[in-house]
Design a protein around this ligand. Structure first.
Ligand code: GDP
Ligand code: MG
Length: 286
């Protein structure tokens, strides 16, 4: 019998989705945050339905963790799809002003409609949504540091919601990370695990780390221009000689007294903290 390699908890998802749906009723604009390393795998299939006819701003965060050339490729690809994503580094605050501006601009129409109905204008309300760990909170905190004012709690539908007032024109709502109830694409699920964007899912570190090695091998082969150096140089073990799984085992014997689990964790940690370099794990579809 085979068990699925990456599992998570439907109960948590249902709860997060329910909270999100309540929040969506209160906002004018949706800021959809994805991980720039895996902009396709961090696309949630329900976003379209959640956004409905609200305005949406697409944010590709962690731009510091991908190659500048990969950023250009994604920018062009999204443009071809009729999208204009904002690239941000929420840790440093780079690109966040553009987001506040885009959200505010999206809200202009909202206030026009209010005026037409004889109502007073109010700040634009936006919710920040995306997979766990993509940088939603970091983004809000960065926006707050720039402009700033207060952080106020207002009664939500069934519980207190955290509204953050960014400026006189913009209020944001932090949302819990959401994950689809089902991930049919196993490769996407592995990428989410590699990037730690899957919340408290459980998975086999060794298989995830082996998949990372296989993925890096195929990326360096298909787009050598993005990898002037092999990202696995750090370990002084040539990945082209092994499958991902054999690589982890060999590395374990060379460096970690045969402890494969420790090796897998070390590799994943190195990737996640950027020690292997800035690496986009996805490239735009050809
Ligand atoms: N290098 C880098 N780290 C980031 C960036 N944005 C967020 N982080 C880090 O990623 C982790 C998760 O961010 P958080 O905002 O809590 O994610 P959330 O779960 O979507 O709210 C934190 O340690 C952040 O400091 C970014 O653009 N670049
Ligand atoms: Mg958060």
């Amino acid at each position: 019998m085979t068990t699925p390699s990456i599992q998570w908890y439907p109960g948590h998802i249902a709860k997060a989705e329910k909270a999100l749906k309540e929040q969506l009723r209160l906002v004018d604009v949706v800021l959809e945050v994805r991980d720039a390393r895996i902009p396709l795998a961090t696309h949630h299939p329900q976003v379209k339905e959640w956004v409905g006819n609200k305005m949406r701003v697409l944010v590709l965060n962690r731009v510091d963790m991908i190659q500048p050339q990969a950023q250009r490729m994604w920018a062009q690809w999204f443009r071809e799809q009729g999208e204009e994503p904002c690239f941000t580094n929420a840790r440093k605050g780079e690109g966040v002003i553009a987001i506040a501006k885009a959200a505010q601009a999206a809200g202009v129409a909202v206030n026009q409609r209010r005026r037409d109905r004889g109502m007073l204008p109010r700040p634009v309300r936006a919710v920040v949504i995306g997979f766990p760990n993509v940088g939603k909170s970091a983004l809000i905190n960065r926006l707050l540091k720039r402009k700033v004012v207060e952080s106020a709690a207002r009664p939500g539908v069934t519980r207190q919601l955290r509204w953050v007032r960014i400026s006189d024109q913009l209020e944001l709502l932090d949302a819990p990370g959401v994950i689809p109830a089902k991930l049919n694409d196993q490769q996407a699920a592995f990428k989410l695990a590699i990037c730690d964007d899957i919340g408290d899912a459980s998975y086999d570190n060794q298989r995830v780390a082996a998949t990372l090695v296989d993925l890096l091998k195929s990326l360096t082969a298909t787009a050598p221009e993005l990898f002037p150096e092999d990202p696995l140089n750090r370990y002084k073990l040539d990945p082209t000689l092994f499958t991902g799984e054999a690589y982890i085992h060999t590395l374990a014997h060379q460096r970690y007294q045969g402890d494969v689990e420790r090796t897998a964790r070390a590799l994943l940690t190195d990737f996640r903290k950027g020690a292997l370099g800035a690496i986009s794990l996805e490239l735009p579809p050809a």
